[in-house]
Design a binder for this molecule. Sequence first.
Ligand code: ARG
Length: 460
Amino acid sequence: MINKAWCGRFKEQPEDWVDDFNASIDFDKNLINQDIKGSIAHATMLANQEIISHEEAQSIINSLKSIQNDFNHGKIEFKASLEDIHLNIEHELIQRIGEAGGKLHTGRSRNDQVATDMHLYTKEQVQEIINLIASFQHTIIQLADQHVDTIMPGYTHLQRAQPISFAHHIMTYFWMLERDKGRFNDSLKRIDISPLGAAALSGTTHPIDRHHTQELLGFTHIYENSLDAVSDRDYIVETLHNISLTMVHLSRFAEEIIFWSTDEAKFITLSDAFSTGSSIMPQKKNPDMAELIRGKVGRTTGHLMSMLVTLKGLPLAYNKDMQEDKEGLFDAIHTVKGSLRIFESMIDSMTVDTSCLNQTVRKDFSNATELADYLVSKDVPFRTAHEIVGKIVLDCIQKGIYLLDVPLSDYQSYHANIDKDIYDYLTPKNCLKRRQSYGSTGQNSVKHQLTVAKSLINSV
Ligand code: ARG
């Protein structure tokens, strides 16, 4: 006797190891809540359309709820021989209520059923990711608010370039996350679509009402084409892409945190709660959380690539290849949610070494552009000023001093227009103050930026 929902046309049973290869139950049991929700909506609609009786629908619904409850209490063990979450639940249902259970699958297929589960799941998860991003942004704003006046070196090519405000630097990540949030929000209109009732591929002869199940499941849109409904995995690719890009952004921030916490930089100190020690070197305190977040981009990008390649060249409509859409998505969602949570707490608990940062920019040449701009203000063409300052910097490097240490007489030998106001002009604080251009690192511009950011966060 073959123990399968589709056993009718089969004479032989696959061996266990073949069942194991074919089965998805190990991971799609993750979709139990969505599967039961979809089935309850389907049964309700079937009764409403008089395709099954109200009593049958009620007994199906009650039993589905008790299956869900028993599963949550560890009382049910699903079997690989029953392949997936859909057939395991149906089997359990028929065991519990007999014939009525066998009526649930009227007018639907596992193809629209699994698509419904995945749409419901992805929608919920994307909403959670959006909330986590918003919370992280909130923490970035709080930190930035305290550090508008903290000055740090801004880099290009990882070489000291110009002094900037610490708040300005970290707010860059606020804006990256704002775009990420926008992409996730926009994707919802392509996720929030009901495929239920498309059945295997062509729709059904039963008088079902797809709009009713759409409404019961809270989907905003409905697929217009039954083949598209069961073949579309674009929303999974899109979600994996959005997750991958968010992870890329987190990895850039993580890299900065790792660098800032080195003895070479000493810009920040991570809290012990977000660091680990070494099994051999007693002095070590390692930024493992930040490194892990940086490292996890590998897996999320891998899942995106894997899904794209799985879909390439797939003919319409459902193909079993599509079962491969789940593990990568589940893992990517788990990864990005974990990374966002850890990152937020990590920056919330770190100490920014304000005095060390403010000192740092006094021991570099990041105010060289200012000296050139000073000469420009004294009517020297910028190109000439650039060359003069280049020579001054070279001389300073040879003497082991910085621009604020150059005596006025030396300055005047480089250019007669340099006056004693140069020392005030070159202080990092004044370098920032003069930056009044829109979106710049000047204290006033950064304060304006923070106001805009706060109004965006509060308007949601
Ligand atoms: N476990 C399958 C999946 O995840 C469910 C759909 C199976 N459909 C089928 N026609 N075999 O894709």
